[in-house]
Ligand binder design. Structure first.
Ligand code: SF4
Length: 81
């Protein structure tokens, strides 16, 4: 089946922190709906299939340096959370 994910939410991870394994672990721990994972190479991996489960809790923003992660509300004119 060809499912579409990320229809309502997109998550942007800044290039400068994408390979940060400590940040990846913090994000994996913080997000209640498993949008973040530690990737095979140790960096931040976004789990596309979970994107639209985002509950807008901001825990990922709190767990990362300012500007490192953006949660974009595609349903709201691409407004950042
Ligand atoms: S706002 Fe909450 S649910 Fe959404 S990606 Fe961040 S931690 Fe996960």
């Amino acid at each position: 089946m060809n499912e579409r994910h990320g229809i309502f939410i997109r998550v942007d991870v800044d290039e400068s922190v994408r390979g940060d394994s400590k940040l990846a672990a913090r994000l994996e721990e913080a997000c209640p709906v498993d949008i973040y994972a530690v990737g095979d190479g140790g960096g931040v991996r976004i789990q596309d299939e979970n994107l639209d489960e985002c509950v807008l809790c901001r825990l990922c923003l709190d767990a990362s340096p300012p500007g490192a992660v953006r949660v974009v509300k595609l349903y709201d004119g691409d407004a950042a959370l």
